[in-house]
Ligand binder design. Structure first.
Ligand code: GLU
Length: 322
């Protein structure tokens, strides 16, 4: 090969290599904001993925809990992040649908302020009670609430969140009363319910299930397409005629709007691969969750639809932020 040709090839290589090098994402750890306190389902599912994703992503994923305002504080942090892929967040049904649907001051529009990347999992929800609650099944639960309309309170993962909205819809449909006590996530809410400080909770199943299995919480009614094998005696909201309360929760990774396609593709592929890992898959499925691992377009469609559904429900039922 002539010297000129060799020089030309070398120059070409440099010209082609330079942009590839500049684009090498990720070249440092990726922070993922969980918009709730530790111990809730968002935290549980994200940490199962984060613990293993480095093999596929090439960099660690660092989970940062930022609870408060029903998840809106963490969601705003993700919205305002630099769109370079080094700060992402978890978008849940609460932060991407119920909170902005009920609260015009949430500070973001879930359909335009984020770049959806991948929805990791869907989960059933459950209304559960502390064992000291005088009833252990749905019929007794309703009878007790009707007998004592001012006596009981329920804990939720935050104001405007799915636990809050769905319990308010349930109260309307069942004709019962309970006072709402919001927390910075299901983790701290569960601590109080398991300790018997508040006797009723609406939770996503993964955080509640260890307490149900150990007898510290009793499941009363669930939001799931059908009864769960684990609790065959517990009815679904659907079979009680409360279709609107029978919606699932979800947990997906998203970033601020304007994320480069390369970041979206790499994080989607890495998280998808991690969710297929037998160990991660088993840990997540053992919580009663259904792994989704979908595409960015599918996740975007879910957010658009869920937000529209809850906006309609909020208007129809006259629900107001607290
Ligand atoms: N209930 C919240 C949601 O589904 C999650 C609560 C939590 O992770 O603490 O959006």
């Amino acid at each position: 090969m002539s010297f000129t040709r060799r020089l030309l090839l070398a120059t070409t290589a440099v010209v082609f290599a330079a942009p590839a090098f500049a684009q090498a994402y990720p070249n440092k750890p990726v922070v993922v904001v969980v918009p709730f306190a530790p111990g809730g389902t968002t935290d549980i599912i994200t940490r199962h993925v984060a613990a293993k994703v480095q093999d596929a992503l090439g960099q660690p994923m660092i989970v940062e809990n930022k609870g408060g305002a029903g998840g809106a504080i963490g969601a705003n942090q993700t919205k305002n992040a630099t769109p370079d892929g080094y700060q992402l967040g978890v978008g849940t049904v609460s932060t991407t649908a119920t909170v902005p649907a009920i609260d015009p001051k949430a500070g973001y529009n879930p359909t335009t302020d984020f770049t959806p990347i991948i929805n990791m999992a869907l989960t059933p929800n459950v209304i559960a009670v502390h064992p000291s609650f005088p009833a252990k099944d749905y019929k007794g639960f309703i009878a007790e609430l009707k007998k004592n309309p001012t006596k009981y309170a329920y804990a939720s993962s935050g104001a405007g969140g799915i636990g809050h909205l769905q319990t308010e819809l349930f109260k309307q449909a069942a004709g019962v009363e309970m006072t709402h006590i919001p927390y910075k996530g299901a983790g701290p809410a569960l601590n109080d319910v398991v300790a018997g400080q508040v006797l009723i909770m609406f939770d996503n199943l993964p955080s509640a299930i260890p307490h149900i299995r150990s007898g510290k919480l009793i499941p009363i009614v669930i939001a799931a397409p059908e009864r769960l094998k684990d609790f065959p005696d517990v009815p679904t909201f659907k079979e009680l005629g409360m279709e609107q309360v029978n919606r699932p929760a979800y947990y997906g990774i998203l970033g601020p709007k304007g994320l480069p396609q390369e970041v979206v593709d790499k994080v989607n592929a890495a998280v998808k691969k991690t969710l297929a890992d037998p160990d991660v898959k088993k840990k997540i499925e053992d919580t009663g969750s259904l792994i989704l691992a979908n595409s960015p377009a599918e996740f975007k469609k879910q957010i658009d639809e869920e937000y529209a559904t809850y906006k309609k429900v909020v208007t129809e039922k006259g629900l107001k932020p607290e």
